[in-house]
Ligand binder design. Structure first.
Ligand code: ZN
Length: 251
């Protein structure tokens, strides 16, 4: 009997560890870009799928960062606050963060150089990676999105007047994902990072940066779960693919 119990626990342990390497995503980036700004998933239920991630809130009320199980919001004015778990999200990607690879970069580098440095150390271009970059940055440029009101316009219109924030000589953390190019119809192919300044003085969706001295932690994520909204807006949105629109929104 004892042996059976042991075997059962062992199996549970295997299942638990396997589930932690899944990127769990609510809706698709194209749907968000297409104006599907309201979802039914609460932050509380999203947390059952991860303690780390990025996304946005209903009515695109700011940029979301999930760090160590806490949801941070950078709103349209740049203010940082904790979001209640009763709030809902139209788009988010989360995982349980357990770094497999740790790298260091100790001299000033541009965003593109750092991303190339990271890419050169990944086991494959074809997996998903959760990425955390912690340390000091010479400069960081971010944006956030002000809360939208109905009737909603597409995100490509919203970002034309997006508030942009600049930080210099700032300490903080970037969290996000590097998705493979074949994922481009559901998420952003490449690095999609959000920034939170250490003193809570700001953050947002990363547009560009230079890193001075940073530690890079990477969680190799070989599973992907896409939770599609059961929602008339999602059923109707045109997802036949507008790569240029996604680029305009993300860059
Ligand atoms: Zn973002």
């Amino acid at each position: 009997m004892r042996r059976i119990v042991f075997a059962h626990c062992f199996l549970l342990a295997i299942i638990a560890s396997a589930q932690t390497d899944i990127l769990y995503q609510v809706s698709t980036l194209d749907a968000l870009v297409g104006g599907v700004y309201e979802g039914k998933t609460t932050l509380g239920s999203l947390k059952t799928h991860g303690d780390f991630g990025i996304g946005t809130f209903n009515a695109v009320d700011g940029e979301m960062m999930l760090i160590d199980g806490l949801f941070y919001r950078v709103d349209g004015t740049g203010k940082v606050s904790l979001a209640p778990e009763t709030e809902r999200t139209p788009f988010a990607a989360v995982t349980f963060f357990e770094p497999d690879i740790t790298l260091r970069s100790d001299s000033p580098v541009s965003m593109d150089s750092l991303y190339r440095f990271i890419d050169g150390r990944l086991p494959s271009e074809n997996l998903f990676y959760a990425v955390r970059i912690i340390g000091s940055f010479g400069a960081v440029r971010t944006r956030s999105v002000p809360r939208q009101t109905k009737p909603y316009v597409k995100l490509t219109e919203v970002v034309k007047t997006q508030p942009v924030f600049s930080f210099s000589d700032v300490k903080g953390m970037m969290v996000g994902f590097r998705c493979p190019s074949y994922a481009k119809t559901v998420n952003y192919a490449g690095f999609h990072m959000h920034f939170l300044a250490q003193e809570g003085e700001g953050g947002g969706h990363v547009l560009g940066f230079s890193a001075d001295k940073v530690r890079i932690e990477i969680d190799v994520t070989d599973g992907f779960h896409l939770a599609l909204p059961d929602d008339p807006e999602f059923y109707r949105v045109d997802l036949s693919g507008d790569e240029e629109a996604v680029k305009r929104v993300e860059k």
